[in-house]
Design a protein around this ligand. Sequence first.
Ligand code: NDP
Length: 298
Amino acid sequence: MTAHIIDGKTIAADLRGKVTDAVHRLLRDRGLVPGIAVVLVGENPASEVYVRTKSKMVAAAGMHAIDRKLPATTSEAELLALVGELNADPAVNGILVQLPLPPQIDSHKIIAAIDPAKDVDGFHPLNVGRLASGLPALVPCTPLGCVMLAKTAHVSLAGLDAVVIGRSNIVGKPVAQLLLAENATVTVAHSKTRDLLGLCRRADLLIAAIGRPEMVRADWIKPGATVIDVGINRVAGQEGQQAGKSRIVGDVAYAEVAAVAGALTPVPGGVGPMTIACLLLNTLRAACAQNGLPAPSI
Ligand code: NDP
């Protein structure tokens, strides 16, 4: 079997296009421009690149990007004050505080201070609880993207045996909740799981969110299964490449798994592009909800 490659880049571009159309309609019919504030504390180069890409995509979707860059020495009180200011600003519909934060700042406190209605990352305890309770919520972007990609390979996820490897608050747990909401039978595995291989071999849908380069091998995969690879791991380049060059690989051994799986996301070009597209979607949804408008049908 050769897997169908789920093209996250194209699917994300399509989603961004739909969000952009809805944003234009919002401006035309209501005079509203959704705004998102992205807060970056400190000098993490990876975060800076990510934040720049986000801001570019936000602007391309016709939304208003408010970038707030603070020094690494920012205190918790100063960041809380900024969050309070953004909560009160009606031009700001979404607030994203880029993680990780410097050690003097408790990220849980900051996330809890964000107005849940503006929590476009879906990390606020209220949104976490609403998702777990099956209530409408702003849900984390990467997990939302994973489920959207999985749905492109199946008429329905109902009844599928889904295995999620990873139980982080950012990916593993929320993706498991979203799959439950789709009526999949969900098992969440982690570093203490016994017989991970046996579990994975029974999965119709396998989501790998581990952070271990190419850990998931071909013999872990049920023939025909759908495999969503969330991992982003920087490893040394292959032999023959320029010294010092690195490349990005997922948590799944792509070439060998592609020979067994029914559908597979590549890294890069799979889940990654969906994360920002879902952030735009969440911001649009937040702007509609804050203005008493129905959720856009996307
Ligand atoms: P975390 O490190 O927070 O969580 C990793 C999870 O994997 C933990 O639950 C851990 O178990 C589990 N794990 C680690 N080693 C093993 C093992 N040997 N066997 C089974 N389980 C194991 O990572 P994140 O959830 O934040 O991210 C996961 C990956 O996804 C990373 O590569 C990250 O870069 C990527 N990512 C990609 C995004 C995107 O936009 N595409 C966005 C966010 C993350 P335990 O809890 O027991 O320690």
